[in-house]
Write a protein that binds this ligand. Sequence first.
Ligand code: NAD
Length: 321
Amino acid sequence: MDKILIIGAGGQIGTELTAYLRNIYGSSNVIASDIRATLHPELMEGGPFIRMDAMDSRQVYQVVQKEKINQVYFLAAILSVVCENNPEMAWDINIGSLNSVLRIAHEFSFKMFVPSSIGAFGASTPKMKTPQLTIQRPSSIYGVSKVAGELLCDYYHARFGVDVRGLRFPGIISNLIPPGGGTTDYAVDIYHKAIAHKHYTSYLRADTYLDMMYMPDALRAAATLMEANHEKLRFHNAYNISAMSFCPEMIAASIQKFIPEFSIDYEIDPLRQSIADSWPDSVDDSAAREDWAWMPEYDLDMMSKDMIDVLSERFAREKNE
Ligand code: NAD
């Protein structure tokens, strides 16, 4: 019987991943944990929750031992824009806590999932069809922490045999939890503004292409990689994955198919634009497709339709409450 601990469960990905894994493995077998005390009600009420700081290795150790954990999803992190405002904290959380949880994984032999990001690439990385193995010299502290995290996971796998697996997530779009301060957050906010105001002001240039993915695909990708045959995984960590690549102009055109009066204008934020400019336009995820049969289900228009349907219904319900 699998017993899963999610560290950093209260964030954009963790909240939905917790519910997704509870459906597969049973509510009582998936323990959510986060440094924050209050999280989305579904997460708190849907199964066990522990308030835990990922940097408190003693507490992580005790929880793993007491609960007989055999899988950890390590999602505690700070994201790109927030990292730039506090590089020291970015390093301590994104790398310090990862390092101590990997040490505990070695001792207890649990399987780990650690997400990386398209932020692990930099301006000298090939921008189109970015290969699985390529130049990684990011200029943001978030990117530096993500490359270091990838290498640390590779090291623990090669040196100690820790079964640690991971994906380089693109920008993740969700209709439930607001994003945590990343460069791709606009692609969530634009749907909220499209429904509420029929207008959006983009902080990225009209032609800024980035890889993106709708949350249901991201959840399935993480769970599928964790269940994949170990022998078939050539890379273990940091698999490139993508579902779509688009720019603000394209997502606006997609929204106009469902909300014809929607309009967009641009006020560029230099920090977020410079981070986005240093990331790939589109990654090559053929290794993930070959090794563990990765295949996205949602394209841009399917995602736009679903986002607009779900959010419109929720906003209408909230207005009537
Ligand atoms: P998020 O910021 O929404 O959530 C992170 C969670 O970690 C928060 O609930 C926060 O309270 C928690 N946390 C922070 N410090 C902690 C600590 N010391 N101890 C315990 N919990 C702590 O982030 P997310 O979007 O859910 O991202 C999860 C992972 O996926 C991160 O590694 C991120 O780099 C990666 N990723 C996310 C995206 C995306 O678009 N959301 C894209 C690429 C990669």
